[in-house]
Write a protein that binds this ligand. Structure first.
Ligand SMILES: C[S@@+](CC[C@H](N)C(=O)[O-])C[C@H]1O[C@@H](n2cnc3c(N)ncnc32)[C@H](O)[C@@H]1O
Length: 301
């Protein structure tokens, strides 16, 4: 199986990470493997790349794609929040560069067993993989056992959902009748709680599905995305050489804020004063890249 994921801002990432032969690089979010392959090509003939992902299917796919780089490329099923430990175990310290391309891949969105899509029926899981969180929490656990207030809070905070209160209430009412098991069960609850005139929401000029923001909020919580990101930045500082660079691509304004604040803090020198965004051409070819922001910082003593 080949990947359907189109990597974002590849040229900008390479320009700023400046991979070189003999260098050591960590790709914390393997996904379809495009960024990993570019790092491998740019660091030929002897640069090394260590990739991490929590999604076993992504790992299997990339093992085929990147087979030609055996000896220079390794992949480990691990959460990037532990990248310092994994890099040390694999003899990659000090690192010259680290890339985190956050969120999920198109392959994961298309995989109904992950439950990430509100257009396909699947289990309400939403974990990118078994190691995506420490406690095995799934989206089904949240909608079936968290309180109305807790659900409202995460929809508001991580989804910026204007109907957070209505949707949280709808979930509580629905689960009194029966457990909410599948993605389309949850979509039906949301549809029912959405005011008739708003069943197709407008986001700027775009029409978005009423379940978009709820699914986003649940996914962020289930995968503990913001906490993992904070831990990965701290971990990166421990294993990058002075002058080594950390590049992070975010897709959510709160994530970008975490990166921005960290990069303006102690131990880092921001290389990108403002985040880089994809060109109009890239957005035309890959509309999913629209909300991407790239920031890069250099490790200082
Ligand atoms: C946007 S995709 C990366 C695409 C990749 N850069 C490429 O070139 O195709 C994000 C990937 O990161 C993985 N991921 C998300 N959170 C993770 C975490 N905390 N630890 C490890 N992998 C993670 C997802 O499973 C997904 O495969």
């Amino acid at each position: 199986m080949t990947t359907s994921h189109i990597a974002v801002m590849t040229r900008e990432v390479m320009d700023l990470l400046q991979p070189r032969s003999g260098g050591r690089y960590l790709d914390g979010t393997l996904g379809g493997g495009t960024h990993a392959e570019e790092l491998l090509k740019a660091s030929a003939p002897d640069g090394r790349v260590l990739s991490l992902d929590v999604d076993l299917k992504a790992i299997e796919r990339a093992q085929t794609r990147l087979a030609a780089y055996e000896g220079r490329w390794k992949v480990v099923e691990e959460n990037f929040r532990h990248l310092d430990r994994v890099a040390t175990e694999h003899g990659m310290v000090p690192l010259d560069g680290i890339l985190l391309d956050l969120g999920f891949s198109s392959d994961e969105l298309a995989d109904p067993t992950k439950g990430l899509s509100f257009l396909k029926d699947g289990p309400l899981d939403m974990r990118f993989g078994p190691k995506a969180n420490d406690d095995g929490l799934t989206a089904a656990d949240i909608v079936n056992s968290w309180t109305e207030d807790e659900i409202e809070r995460i929809l508001r905070m991580f989804g910026e959902e204007r109907y957070a209160r209505r949707y949280a209430h709808g979930v509580i009412q629905a689960r009194r009748a029966s457990r909410i098991i599948g993605t389309l069960d949850l979509v039906a609850v949301i549809q029912k709680a959405t005011p008739g005139s708003r069943r197709t929401l407008k986001d700027g000029a775009r029409q978005i599905h009423p379940a978009t923001r709820t699914f986003q909020a649940l996914r962020i919580v289930v995968n503990d995305e913001f906490e993992s990101l904070k831990q990965a930045i701290v971990a990166s500082a421990k294993v990058l050489r002075p002058g080594g660079r950390l590049a992070i691509i975010t897709f959510h304004s709160l994530e970008d804020r975490i990166v921005k604040e960290a990069f303006h803090g102690e131990g880092w020198r921001a290389i990108t004063k403002k985040p880089l965004v994809p060109s109009d051409d890239e957005i035309r070819v890959n509309p999913r890249s629209r909300s991407a922001k790239l920031r890069v910082a250099e490790r200082v003593e």
